[in-house]
Design a protein around this ligand. Structure first.
Ligand code: ARG
Length: 470
């Protein structure tokens, strides 16, 4: 097909150049935004007397027809028309003639693609926020069911202090709610309207950028035409949000893999959310968690790739900027898939409460509590730490845990030990006594759960507001 920009050219484009230059294979997913943006542009052009009302009507009607065709799978995307913008515009002109050829008045693909991407990112912010909320909800639901489920908390992957499974999951809830906040701030960067910046320096036509912004629900119009066509900060913001979210999910995935191993045995994934081995009949593998962990790398890669693309790029539009799409699209797909599958995997897994309890009863994670016990009897903490350290070494030698030692044995290490030390050692007590703000005590977890519910309500309200501003 003839190029829309072919006027000054006397040769056809080399086939390899067409293939290399084209973005249609991936930017066709912007068709809805492109059509919506073009309709708003056409209406504004007519309103400002730049094209006739009849032309604008023909354009809008023609675009509606193209939208229908694309959605029905009846649109042929042509590589030699390079991208979604020229595919749609060429088809429009084919259908409605001169009116179609007037659509691009006072517009460049540089501001057009920027507009499409802003609209697209806003839509995806909302869709990802919906999935994120669902995931946070799943975390809270499982956490709520386990306020009394004891387990060892770990540092250095060594058993450290008794906690509850609820507390552990709430830690992830807290990360995820920060991710939600970060996602909301992506919206602000995307909620800026670039159209009317033209190729770089605006236009000589008396356009009304604010009308376009109003029709498309944008809060702000880019105040500088050069910034408008070269800004990709909102894409970086989305990728940064995605990288951080995936990092959280990846940490969680690592724990899911550990917990579902025979060595830990803390959880068992539902059969519908695990996979088998083609050779080893006994295997039940946590592929989903592993894949989420694995896919984190490519999302990091997309962030770094975008930063690198932008680094050293002179103002304003350069074709390098076409590279903003595939990484973003892949990050969006990856994040959405990960969130969706994870939420259901969580709520369907079995938590082996007894196994967790056994782990916390048969170990030394109550040692800090024994030191605290001595501190309460008046011993300075450092000395208490040393005394309990000796008790632990003694117990290990005798193949015992701290609860198995007799009072007489304890007395050899300090005269401050008395009968009540057994209470101090009970994991239930260790958890219940950790009443400091943010700690794992049952009462504290209850407060955190209640607060979590409030956060979710506020987040759904924020989401509803965004949905209205799409
Ligand atoms: N496909 C291009 C992109 O994604 C659209 C903008 C092209 N602009 C240009 N002057 N070549 O960036």
């Amino acid at each position: 097909m003839a190029k829309l920009w072919g006027g000054r050219f006397s040769k056809n484009t080399n086939e390899l150049v067409d293939a290399f230059n084209a973005s249609i294979s991936f930017d066709k997913r912007l068709y809805h935004e492109d059509i919506r943006g073009s309709m708003a542009h056409a209406r504004m052009l007519a309103q400002c007397g730049i094209i006739s009302k009849q032309d604008a009507q023909a354009i809008v009607k023609g675009l509606q027809g193209i939208l229908k065709d694309i959605e029905a799978g009846k649109f042929d995307f042509a590589t030699d028309l390079e991208d979604i913008h020229m595919n749609i515009e060429a088809r429009l002109t084919e259908r409605i003639g001169d009116a179609g050829a007037r659509l691009h008045t006072a517009r460049s693909r540089n501001d057009q693609v920027a507009l499409d991407m802003h609209l697209y990112v806003k839509r995806e912010v909302v869709e990802v926020a919906e999935l994120l909320l669902k995931f946070e909800q799943a975390l809270l639901t499982v956490a709520k069911a386990h306020t009394k489920t004891l387990m060892p908390g770990y540092t250095h992957l060594q058993r450290a202090q008794p906690i509850t499974f609820c507390h552990h999951l709430l830690a992830y809830f807290n990360m995820l709610q920060r991710d939600f906040r970060r996602l909301l701030s992506v919206w602000d960067g995307a909620d800026m309207m670039p159209l009317g910046a033209g190729a770089i320096a605006g236009t000589t036509f008396p356009i009304d950028r604010f009308q376009v912004a109003k029709e498309l629900n944008f809060a702000v119009v880019y105040p500088n035409s050069m910034d408008a066509v070269s800004d990709r900060d909102y894409i970086l913001d989305f990728l940064n949000f995605s990288a951080t979210l995936m990092m959280h999910l990846s940490r969680f995935s690592e724990e899911m893999c550990l917990w579902s191993s025979t060595e830990f045995g803390f959880i068992e994934l539902d059969d519908a959310f695990a996979t088998g081995s083609s050779m080893m009949p006994q295997k039940k593998n946590p592929d989903i968690a592993e894949l989420v962990r694995g896919k984190t790398g490519r999302v990091y890669g997309h962030l770094l790739a975008m930063l690198t693309t932008l680094k050293g790029l002179p103002l304003t539009y350069n074709k390098d900027l076409q590279e903003d799409k595939e990484g973003l699209f892949d990050a969006i797909d990856t994040v959405k898939f990960s969130l969706a599958v994870y939420a259901d995997m969580l709520t369907t897994m079995t938590v082996n409460v007894d196994r967790m309890a056994a782990a916390v009863h048969q170990d030394f994670s109550n040692a800090t509590d024994l030191a605290d016990y001595l501190v309460r009897k008046g011993l300075p903490f450092r000395q208490a730490h040393a005394v309990v350290g000796k008790c632990v070494a003694y117990a290990i030698k005798k193949h015992k845990f701290l609860v198995d030692m007799t009072l007489a044995e304890y007395r050899k290490f300090s005269p401050l030990f008395a009968k009540d030390l057994l209470t101090a050692l009970a994991p239930e007590h260790c958890v219940a006594a950790r009443i400091s703000y943010g700690g794992p005590a049952f009462a504290e977890n209850k407060k955190q759960l209640a607060n979590g519910k409030k956060i979710l309500t506020a987040q759904s309200q924020a989401l509803a507001q965004l949905q209205e501003r799409l």
